[in-house]
Design a protein around this ligand. Structure first.
Ligand SMILES: Nc1ncnc2c1ncn2[C@@H]1O[C@H](COP(=O)(O)OP(=O)(O)OP(=O)(O)O)[C@@H](O)[C@H]1O
Length: 231
């Protein structure tokens, strides 16, 4: 079964001033895709996500979202170290995932509180709701950010290096959540560096590399890339 496109890049060129990072990218990502975005450092993986989020204007070409509003994209940027210094606890950080429903200063209803509790339980942080973010380990912080994504309930989820500097047990738990999102029909794009993980868990891949951008079934995309080619 082929799904209609959720995201289409049309002759897309991205960069900063005169520095072009991605050039003339043409591809469609179907609804429900589970896609790994791979490529060497500086290949433009984060740049592509920033453009998808509307944070960076294309130098050329265009990005089309089909059946998905810009506000329906959930985005987990590369390790938000800064965010961990915010003087809030785990509960309030996760509750921010509800901002579309309650607004920035709205009160959280009893139903929403139970959704927050369920999200915390799904990431294994149920006992930590009142712990300040500054006391969390890297893995626990990433669990909290995934709980927030759960509450956002977005049809399209962008994860930029979600497993960077995270312990293996957390990675496995978060991978299980990603699989759940995939089974629910959400579109998930994740920037990853670990080739084996990509092979095992992501059916499709986009390789960004100067002159040899490739998109399709993961095994095919990775087959001619040198062992260190995406790290
Ligand atoms: N704000 C910026 N201003 C100017 N150049 C930038 C900016 N952000 C990124 N770049 C440059 O654009 C290129 C692509 O950067 P990007 O962060 O998208 O790469 P990446 O594939 O995500 O790399 P990594 O795997 O290291 O995170 C790099 O050469 C980088 O130096």
């Amino acid at each position: 079964m082929t799904h209609p496109p959720a995201i289409r890049f049309h002759n897309l060129t991205l960069g900063y001033g005169r520095h072009k990072v991605i050039q003339h990218l043409n591809m469609s990502i179907p609804h429900g895709a589970l896609l790994a975005v791979v490529g060497a450092n500086g290949a433009g993986k984060s740049t592509l996500f920033k453009a998808l989020m509307g944070e960076l204007k294309p130098l050329g070409g265009s990005i089309h979202l089909h059946g998905v509003g810009l506000r329906e994209l959930a985005y987990l940027p590369q390790r938000a170290a800064l965010e961990q210094n915010f003087p809030i606890d785990v509960h309030d950080c996760v509750a921010m995932g509800l901002w579309r429903q309650v607004g920035a200063f709205g009160a959280v209803s009893a139903t929403q509180e139970s959704r927050i509790a369920a999200a915390l339980a799904s990431v294994g942080l149920d006992g930590m709701r009142h712990v300040p973010l500054s006391r969390l380990s890297g893995g626990q912080m990433q669990r909290a950010l995934f709980a927030r994504l759960l509450l956002q309930d977005a049809p399209v989820i962008l994860l930029d290096e979600p497993f960077n500097a995270i312990d293996e047990k957390t990675i496995q738990d978060l991978l299980a959540l990603i699989q759940q999102w995939h089974q629910q029909g959400r579109t998930v794009l994740a920037v990853l560096h670990d080739r084996e993980r990509v092979r095992r868990h992501f059916p499709t891949a986009l390789l960004l590399a100067e002159g040899q951008t490739r998109y399709g079934a993961t095994a095919k995309v990775l087959e001619q890339v040198p062992e260190r080619g995406i790290a």
